[in-house]
Design a protein around this ligand. Sequence first.
Ligand SMILES: Cc1cc2nc3c(=O)[nH]c(=O)nc-3n(C[C@H](O)[C@H](O)[C@H](O)COP(=O)(O)OP(=O)(O)OC[C@H]3O[C@@H](n4cnc5c(N)ncnc54)[C@H](O)[C@@H]3O)c2cc1C
Length: 469
Amino acid sequence: LNKRVIVWFRQDLRIHDNEALYEALRSSDQVIPVFIYDERLFFSKSKFGFPRIQIQRAQFLIESVQNLAENLKLHGLDLIIRLGKPEDEIFKIAQKAKTNWVFCNRERTQEEVYVQDQLEQNLWSIGQEVRYSRGKMLYFTADLPFPVTHTPDVFTQFRKDVERIIPVRKPIECDFSTVRQVEIDLESTPITNTSQLGFDKDHVKLLYPGGETKAIERLQYYIWESKLISSYKNTRNESFGMDYSSKFSMYLATGCLSPKKVYHEIKKYEEMHGSNDSTYWLFFELLWRDFFRLMAKKHGNKIFKAGGTKEKVDESLTDNFHLFQIWADARTGYPFIDAGIRELKETGFMSNRARQNVASFLIRYLKINWQMGAEFFESYLLDYDPCSNWGNWNYIAGVGSDPRENRYFNPVLQARKYDADAKYIKHWCPELEKLPASVAIFPSAVSETELEEYDFILGRDYPKPVIKL
Ligand SMILES: Cc1cc2nc3c(=O)[nH]c(=O)nc-3n(C[C@H](O)[C@H](O)[C@H](O)COP(=O)(O)OP(=O)(O)OC[C@H]3O[C@@H](n4cnc5c(N)ncnc54)[C@H](O)[C@@H]3O)c2cc1C
């Protein structure tokens, strides 16, 4: 072999079922694994002036990269870590180490594509090149029964076209047995705390810790130990607690967990314990993830634009920063909405039900440009993924692939249905604790006199509703 290569880790922070790593190990005996913290993410603002990434997401990334370094070390490889521009730093490493190729899993969204294209151009100048793998989806595009450009725009159609026809490939296993550590002194600056990435604080404690090891633990727990997967369909619309849904999303988004691995664990579980609607439904949700990725591939940058994949701008929406701030500060006076935003800001996570509600509230009731909401989510969500986030916002804003027109969620009716005992609301809005559940769901639905009986005054103890529904 006598080849020396770089594996550039990106949103694939794992050693299991990692195609780029697999290909690198197969094609060479000297592998330099690299992760670059992209400075543009930490030291610049979004279009609407928000931080690109909040501290929770940064902490999750640090934990995931540290864990990747540990897992690679078990196989004798040192992860090179730097802060800078990947296209420059990897180029420098390639130049110094005189490598043959750079392996990476290909990304498909604009910023990620820009970086990989720049790197490729830099590498060409020294006679090297990028070799791409694809490690993101359940399905391989080559296995799909249609070309990407013909992917059905309606999810149900997509699902029917693929689910029964195409097998999900088996996860691949990397063989580290012949690989050697490269004997070249390459600068590496491990990032161990968030202040190195420009945050005021060193560290935040996460409810959902990062890393491949934690991802596999969660998979074990959710499927095998607790068997919660067998009741997933009944609980998935809840919002309170750790167990109503899988909480795989942050691991899938950062690539700490492979979707193919999840799929094959589900299948193994079904063989041993039987299949039901719930075991199927987890697979069904994973299909949404593939669907949004294919939508982004098919429609390119449209998913980020006001008109979405439909190219239909909703002229009634405005960039009203004042109203937006009320939503973002969780002061809307609608407890289900405020609870969701508070949870997101505190933990970097929110249930799917709450996400749909806060997004729909911003767009349908406050009439705010949905792109502001999408950017806000982008900075906070531990599971931020360009395709899933912008795709879902397209969908709720009615500019994506939703076949239903004018989908909206009434946050009071939704809370009555999905948080009837107000557990979620009271956890995140403890000022409502003293109210009975039915009142806490929407305090302004009852009279001031009744509220006074609970020593509760709207406007003092909790905001009055920002608008009437
Ligand atoms: C406005 C909005 C923005 C969103 N942004 C993101 C995002 O940036 N990243 C992200 O991973 N999900 C996003 N979602 C989808 C969904 O809310 C989360 O994937 C889910 O809540 C994560 O929790 P879980 O892992 O416990 O999900 P589970 O219910 O256990 O589902 C299992 C997995 O299926 C996938 N999945 C489930 N629902 C969806 C969906 N609607 N779209 C795409 N994949 C899905 C996820 O990978 C998830 O981990 C968004 C939804 C909305 C409404």
